[in-house]
Every structure is written in C-alpha cells, then in structure tokens.
Design a protein around this ligand. Structure first.
Ligand code: FAD
Ligand code: NAP
Length: 544
C-alpha cells in the first residue's frame, strides 16, 4: 500500500487538482483522487457492466454509448467504459464526454498522450473495435501483404526501400491509421535505408535527405534481439523496427553526417558470420509519420547515483542500457515510469546536466549514455517519494524525449532572459549552458530565479560562480518567504520586478524570454510579459 493519506488527496498543490490558474483541470471531489481510483480498480467491482467478458464493438454500437452514465470511448482500437472514471478524471467530466461514443485517440493524444491509459483503465476495458473489411486502393497504396512484410528479409543489395514506394494502408482493430506517409512536402523528404556488413559489423544507413541532422535526432534501442531506430525530422519521425536475424553485442554506435543527413548505426556481430538478411519487420517498421502519432517508447535505465542538491531536491544519474543511443535535446523532457501498488505511474521530468561547469563531463559521462534528472521530493506526493526510494542499481523506465522547444529559437539571439520558479529551473540548465557556449551573437543572459527560501535555491553556488566567471551572465534570486537577514529581492513574480529585470539593451535586440515554474506562475508571467509588450515569438513557456 502507498503511505498516502487518502483524505488529503489530491493535495492543494497537486497536479491532480485544478491549478488555480489552470486551464484544463477541474477540482476533484473528496475521495476521487488517483489513489482512490486505484483502490476502486482493485476492489473487484465490475466496472464495465459486462461481468468480465470482452466483446467486439462495432462503430454503430460504440456510438450508442454516448451518455455520462453509459459512456464508451475508443482509444487506439480498444474500447473502454469510462463512466465509472468520470469523477476521477483530472480534466473533468465534460472533457471526457467530448469523446463519448467515438474514437477519442486524437483528443487523448492532444491532451496527454503520455498518460498510461492501458494501466489506468484496464478494469474498464469493454473490448476491441470489430475489424472492418479492407478496401482495395489502387495507385501507389498497398496492402500490407506478406510480400511487403518479407521485403525486409531479402538480400541487402535490393533492400534500400524508398518509403514513398511503401505506402501502406493499414487497419488496426477497425480504426484506420492516419496515412503512414505524411502529406507533401514532407513526403518528398521521406527517408530511406540500406545496410551492409563486414566480418564483424553490420551498419544500417539511413538517408534522411535532411541538412543539419544531429545525433539528438537519432534514438536507437537494441535490446533482446530487437532493433528500433527512430529518426526525428521536424515534426515527423522515421522508424526502423525489426527483430534482427542474428545476435549482436550489447553496445552500438551512431554516426551522423550533419551535412548530408546520413545516419549510420553500427552493430557489432556476436558471431563473425555473414548475415543473409537483416531481420523481420516489427510494428510500424519503415514508417514515416507525424511524431505525435507514435506512442511513447520506454527503455529500462539503471540508477547509478543520487546526490543532494537541497534539503528536498536531488540529482539522480540514470544510465541508459548499452544498446541505447539517446540524447535529450535542450528544453525537452522525458517521462519516468514506475509501478506503484501494481499501477504504472508516469511523471514528466526535464533532464539537466551533471553540473553547470560542463567542460569536463563529455568524456566522463557521455550525453548519449547517461541522463541526469533533478527531482524535488514531495513527501506526500505520489511519484517522487517512490522514485527516491530506488536504490543504486535499481531500474526505472524512461521515455524518449518530448517537448516543443527548438534549439533554433536561440539562433542569432542577442539577449536571453530566463524566469524560473522552483524546479522550473530544470529546463533552464541546458538552455543556459548551450546559449553561453554556442550562441556567439549573445550579449546577455539573465536568470531570475524565484524560490520560497534561500535553502530552496537549486545550484546557488554554481550559478554564482558562473556569474563571476562569465561576464554575459547575471543571476537574481527572489524569495517569497525570506528570513529577515535576506538582503536580496523579495516577493512573487510581478510587473515591477519584471520591468526592472527585463530590459532590451537596444530597441531592436533579438530577445527570447523562457519561463517555467508552477502553472499559475507561468501563466501570470506570460500575461505580464504581454503587458510589457513582448511578442508571442519572444516568449517561450514550458508547460506539460
Ligand atoms: P504530486 O502527487 O503531484 O504532489 C505534488 C504537490 O502536492 C506537492 O506540493 C505535494 O507536497 C502536494 N501533496 C501531495 N500530497 C499531499 C497531501 N496528502 N497533503 C498535502 N500536500 C500534498 N519536477 C521536478 O522535480 N524536476 C523536473 O525536472 C520536472 N520537470 C517537469 C517537466 C514537465 C514538462 C512537467 C509538466 C513537470 C515537471 N516536473 C518536474 C514536475 C513533476 O512532473 C511532478 O509533477 C512532481 O515531481 C510532483 O509529482 P509527485 O507525484 O511526486 O507529486
Ligand atoms: P515552489 O517551491 O512551490 O515555488 C517556487 C516559487 O514560485 C515560490 O517563490 C512560489 O511562491 C512561487 N509561486 C508558486 N505559485 C505561484 C503563483 N501562483 N504565482 C506566483 N508565484 C508563485 O515550486 P516547486 O514546488 O519547485 O514547483 C515547481 C513547478 O514547476 C512544479 O509545478 C512543476 O510541475 C513545474 N515544472 C514544470 C516544468 C516544465 O517543463 N513544464 C519543468 C520543471 C518544473 P510562494 O511561496 O508564494 O508560493
């Protein structure tokens, strides 16, 4: 059992409750927290009304269940009776009703595709959508025939597919997947792949046809004979996914030719024998789809260190599996997943660097093998105390990165202002480091860091040292609950504080303001910045 007092849950500040300025959350009634839901699902109560039977649901049948007390929703081909969950839904009943009697996959993906609904709603599963007959489509659209499925298995000399020739129309449990090949102009840039081998190595080459590709855009996972490579190209992702024909050694390497966009993934053979084919295709192999259409992929990482940052916040180092290549781009977050009382819990976290003095870390802990997360432990929280109980050597699942911050927002920038509150500091770490190291046009970086007390300031020494060392960088700490000895700024985010802090040094300076913290802090900050006449393009807010 979790040691969480149910009466007090969800807590006033909890993400399960409505944030005071929150857009999409509603206050939940007492006894309707996530923990209460978990208890209900474990009570053995029949939540579908079908006494444990699973049925095939036609579209017609689905559409009949469109009322609050009889509400079925389809997500990715599976149908759930969500009526029992209505009162527990943090986004409110009305939000859930938007998908009543229909396919709610798109709506779900827009709002929180990272939430593990399979686990949350498993007791509400009614069944799957009935498979519809497949319509024959002429032209360059193909059914997924056994010929196509096998095409991955043929000799490598003829194995360089153009995705544009491989349009597949697929039916998944009766729900037609959106086109696997995006509309023009993205179609024109469909990547292709090829492979070759030496006695000891297999190299898979992906031609992205994109300039300025970098290794952050390549995510590779090789585990238990499965090979999965995802190449992120703008808002799309190209996936290679197969069961390899032969065993390989654990570690892999990735090379990216930035100018040509060629990606090489090098696998080491376990036995020095010639491979006749690379492998058998798995789900969504050789597909090029909008990134948000893909579910989140998790791999198991090992906790290798835990270091105190403040009284309630720690820096955790997670080691990726040897067959994984993953670098979290600046400004992006990952989801961590743990099983708590038999239920999967998932929360987002924004990886940071090992320290702000990053010069030496490249060699010690390469970015593609280790992920650092700085996490505040809320003793009464749902996820963080369990995470903190992990011992060195324990495993936790970590998703591929997500987020809409783009490095290009920093290009040619002259002034960068960072507004952070509490752990809202985490996205600022990589931004700060990247901007000071790479953006030559930058004249000034200012961090305004809001906390309750001095003891809450994350990496205060490092920030002060950086400000001493780097003339372009300035930091200001603002405390909402200072002691009387505090001589610095006091209060919460406000117009006077911002107007004093954020000033363009030249009228036409290229400026970016990044803001992150509790949702109401961020929302208020955005309003104030608008009042100060900063344009939308000049403000980037980090939200869920
Ligand atoms: P919750 O259960 O959500 O509780 C949170 C709050 O409620 C706390 O104030 C807690 O004290 C209070 N509370 C809970 N239970 C009770 C109770 N019974 N009585 C009174 N009060 C209670 N966080 C980080 O630390 N680092 C990051 O890098 C980070 N990155 C993020 C990135 C994104 C995109 C987002 C959206 C959030 C990020 N967060 C980060 C926040 C993180 O996702 C979690 O929300 C946070 O760790 C709290 O989760 P929890 O389940 O432990 O606590
Ligand atoms: P905290 O310690 O509770 O608060 C930090 C500072 O923010 C305090 O000075 C606090 O003032 C102020 N503050 C809180 N609510 C405010 C409001 N409504 N208006 C103005 N100021 C306010 O913060 P925390 O516990 O570390 O929480 C950090 C938050 O950042 C979490 O909600 C987390 O989800 C979010 N976060 C988001 C991302 C992302 O990428 N989206 C990344 C990391 C963290 P008071 O003392 O007056 O409350």
């Amino acid at each position: 059992m979790l040691n969480v007092p149910s009466q007090a849950f969800p807590a006033p500040g909890s993400q399960q409750r409505a944030a005071s300025g929150g857009r999409s959350k509603v206050p939940l009634k007492q006894g309707r927290s996530l923990m209460d839901w978990i208890r209900l699902t474990k009570s053995g109560k029949d939540l579908t009304g079908l006494k444990g039977r699973l049925i095939e649901v036609t579209e017609e049948e689905l559409s009949k269940h469109n009322k609050k007390d009889d509400c079925w929703v389809c997500i990715r081909g599976l149908v759930y009776n969500v009526s029992p969950y209505m009162e527990y839904h943090p986004g409110g009943e009305d939000e859930l009703m938007r998908a009543a009697g229909s396919d709610g996959t798109d709506l779900f993906d827009q709002v929180h595709r990272w939430v593990n609904y399979e686990s949350m709603l498993k007791e509400c599963l009614v069944g799957r959508m009935a498979v519809k007959p497949v319509a024959i489509v002429k032209g360059n659209m193909f059914h997924q025939t056994s010929e196509m499925m096998n095409s991955f298995s043929i000799d490598h000399s003829s194995c360089s597919f153009q995705s544009s020739e491989n349009h597949e129309k697929k039916l998944l449990n009766g729900i037609l997947l959106k086109s696997k090949v995006p509309d023009l102009p993205a179609k024109e840039i469909s990547p292709s792949y090829d492979w070759f081998q030496t006695d000891s190595l297999v190299t898979i080459v992906i031609y992205t046809k994109q300039k300025d590709m970098d290794s952050e855009s390549v995510i590779v996972d090789c585990q238990d004979g499965c090979f999965r490579a995802e190449i992120i190209i703008k808002d799309y992702s190209y996936l290679l996914h197969s069961e390899l024909s032969h065993e390989i050694q654990e570690d892999i390497s990735v090379r990216v030719a930035e100018k040509t966009g060629k990606v090489e993934i090098v696998l080491k053979k376990k036995d020095n024998i010639s491979w006749k084919y690379l492998g058998h295709p798995l789900e969504n192999h050789n597909s090029f789809t909008e990134h948000r259409e893909k579910g989140l992929y998790y791999r198991k990482c090992t906790l290798i260190s835990k270091v105190d940052v403040t009284h309630d916040t720690k820096l955790y180092c997670l080691m990726l599996p040897p067959g994984t290549h993953l670098q979290v781009p600046i400004g992006q977050h990952v989801y961590l997943k743990q099983i708590v009382s038999g239920t999967e819990l998932v929360k987002p976290y924004t990886p940071v660097l090992e320290s702000l003095h990053s010069d030496s870390q490249e060699t010690q802990h390469p970015h593609n093998k280790y992920v650092y997360v700085m996490i505040k432990i809320y003793h009464t929280g749902l996820f963080s105390p369990h995470f903190d109980r992990l011992q060195i050597g324990d495993c936790v699942s970590l998703s591929s990165p997500e987020g809409n911050f783009k490095k290009s927002q920093l290009q040619d920038l002259e002034e960068l202002f960072l507004l952070a509150a509490g752990t809202g500091f985490t996205p600022m770490v990589k931004i700060l480091n990247f901007a000071l190291t790479n953006i030559t046009s930058l004249r000034k970086v200012k961090l305004m860091f809001f906390n309750k007390t001095e003891g809450d300031i994350l990496w205060r020494n490092q920030l002060e040292q950086l400000a001493d060392k780097e003339r372009r960088f300035e930091v200001e700490f603002i405390l909402s609950e200072p002691t009387c000895e505090w001589t610095g700024k006091r209060g919460r985010i406000s117009l006077p504080l911002l107007s004093e802090f954020i000033k363009r040094s030249l009228e036409d300076s290229r400026v970016l303001i990044c803001i992150c913290g509790p949702a109401p802090f961020t929302e208020q900050g955005i309003r104030l910045l608008k009042d100060l006449n900063f344009s939308q393009e000049e403000v980037h807010s980090f939200t869920a």
